[in-house]
Design a protein around this ligand. Structure first.
Ligand SMILES: *Cc1c(COP(=O)(O)O)cnc(C)c1O
Length: 421
């Protein structure tokens, strides 16, 4: 947390505390629960340590792929319990590299969840494979019971997403995959620090991919990493990231169809100082999410993304929930507008379509995606999914109580919210 932020919230919190409460919803002219001028935690979050480390690397003149990258890779591998970590330019590129290292061939099918960021599916397609969309279940993650029916003679892999940092049911997914001879890869681009039964995300299958883009919980603006316990897979990924080079061979020896997806020492320096802060931030997000869970779990029509006792650490990239319009009393957009007026910056940036409805797939010349239907993903995308961004969970305990107060107030007056279109 920056000093400037801390000072400003104390001052503004005192100045702008509403004197009276009442008059109904702020969107209808009532007093907001929280004055908009009281700041929420900023993201990205940085301090003097990040600045000094960046300057040190800058002044060293060693800006290119070296000791800092190595140090970050070994520390990130330790965080995720991985034997190997290979940094790369972005999470999207990491997924593509993982699919190439998987050995995907034209027409090979990989099962992906229908509700995710587009890269989960485009990575498969860009490497020549065919993403096959499988519905998610009430966990917002790949439905293990729907995998079996989607497997064909061409299926070679499955790529679950740990949605919002909530680890997918890897026991069930792996059981099906092992039985049917599929490789499991994880899109862990929401899951820095998340763990399943004590083992880090990213090594719950053959390989996992992380993102360090600016809105992610660990960031250097852009960046990515591939983790694995499988030496052959890790070596392949390393080679592809680094122009097809092979360790122990000459510099201008190129064995793989590689690319240059290396990160710089400046990125790695920032990732290192940001990584120092991550464990405490994760613990804080988990503590604050528990406060929200306790305050919000009994609201009719407000359905939290459920946890799972086997998730031993959860990154909370999103604090995700569904608004069931009929039971809650208003629809998702009315809820968002009403919360914003009360001083809660609920994001409007949720994934608006199940992935097969994105033009890149829906209008694909093959027509393969025209008739796909995943009802849970459609409900999430079109009607009910909302989330709070992870940096709100870095607020104080009283911020959390205020979030609860705002959502409960919106529930109380839900039927009075004007239609938002
Ligand atoms: C962010 C993200 C990616 C891609 O990561 P970039 O670093 O932005 O390319 C992939 N999958 C999911 C689920 C993501 O949220």
């Amino acid at each position: 947390m920056t000093l400037r932020y801390q000072a400003s919230r104390i001052i503004k919190g005192a100045l702008y505390r509403p004197k009276t409460r009442g008059g109904g919803l702020a969107i209808n002219g009532g007093t907001p629960v929280r004055d908009k001028r009281v700041p929420w935690p900023p993201w990205p979050s940085f301090d003097l340590k990040d600045r000094l480390e960046l300057i040190r690397t800058f002044e060293s003149g060693k800006w290119w792929y070296g000791e800092k990258v190595k140090e970050f890779e070994s520390r990130f591998a330790a965080l995720q319990d991985a034997k190997y970590c290979i940094t790369c330019s972005t999470g999207t590129i990491g997924l593509e590299i993982a699919m190439q290292a998987h050995g995907i061939k034209p027409g090979d099918e990989v099962l992906v969840p229908a509700f995710s960021f587009v890269a989960t599916a485009t990575a498969v397609a860009r490497m020549g494979g065919k993403p096959v969309f499988v519905d998610v279940d009430s966990s917002w993650c790949l439905d293990p019971d729907a995998i079996e029916a989607a497997i064909t003679s061409r299926t070679t892999g499955v790529l679950p997403v740990h949605f919002g940092g909530r680890v997918a049911d890897m026991d069930k997914i792996r059981a099906v995959a092992d039985r049917r001879g599929l490789r499991v890869y994880e899109d862990a681009a929401h899951a820095w620090g998340s763990a399943w039964k004590g083992k880090g995300a990213g090594v719950l299958g053959r390989g996992g991919v992380f993102s360090f883009q600016m809105f992610k919980n660990l960031t250097a603006g852009e960046g990515g990493a591939i983790t694995s316990d499988d030496e052959e897979f890790a070596d392949k990924c390393r080679s592809i990231v680094n122009c097809g080079r092979v360790k122990s061979k000459a510099w201008y020896y190129h064995a793989e169809l590689g690319t240059n997806a290396r990160i710089t020492e400046l990125q790695a320096s920032l990732l290192l100082t940001q990584l120092d802060k991550l464990p405490a931030q994760t613990a804080r997000r988990e503590r604050n999410a528990a406060i929200l869970d306790r305050g919000l779990s009994d609201i009719e029509g407000f359905v939290l993304q459920p946890g799972d006792g086997r998730i031993s650490r959860r990154s909370y990239h999103f604090y995700a929930f569904r608004i069931d319009a009929e039971r809650f009393g208003c629809d998702r957009m009315q809820f968002v507008k009403a919360c914003q007026a009360e001083g809660l910056p609920v994001t409007e940036m949720y994934y608006p379509e199940p992935l097969y409805r994105q033009p890149v797939f829906y209008e694909h010349p093959s027509g393969d995606y025209r008739n796909v239907k995943c009802p849970v993903a459609e409900d999430l995308a079109w009607k009910s999914a909302i989330w709070l961004n992870h940096w709100l969970l870095l607020g104080s305990e009283s911020d959390m109580h205020q979030i609860v107060e705002i959502i409960r107030k919106v529930k109380t007056y839900a039927t009075e919210i004007p239609s938002a279109k």
